[in-house]
Write a protein that binds this ligand. Structure first.
Ligand SMILES: [Zn+2]
Length: 102
């Protein structure tokens, strides 16, 4: 799920695993399972319901890499950030490093 957490006296939006409740700090390790009404976000492998039970929940319609899901969400909300304001790879890495230190 997407939450806001108080980290170092600042409210920060984060993606949280629905199984272990930890912040997902490596986009490559996130996955999404969804049905018509709800989205479930997990760490791949360690928290993935298919890994734990051998199958996805019956209600699921599909799954996606977290990165692909967020890209589609970005596209479907028509966010258009000017090039000069986009988060650079270096800025994203610093943000991730910061979250991993917390
Ligand atoms: Zn997890």
């Amino acid at each position: 799920m997407i939450e806001c957490r108080l980290i170092n006296n600042r409210i920060r939006p984060v993606v949280v695993c629905d199984e272990c409740r930890q912040i997902i700090t490596d986009i490559r390790m996130g996955m999404v399972i969804y049905d018509k009404e709800k989205v479930y976000i997990y760490h791949k492998r360690s928290c993935d319901p298919a890994t734990k039970t051998g199958s996805f929940p019956d209600i699921q319609l599909g799954w996606s890499e977290l990165s692909h899901f967020l890209e589609r969400l970005w596209h479907n909300t028509q966010i258009d950030i000017p090039e000069e304001e986009r988060v650079t790879h270096e800025a994203a890495k610093k943000a991730i490093d910061f979250l991993q230190e917390v």
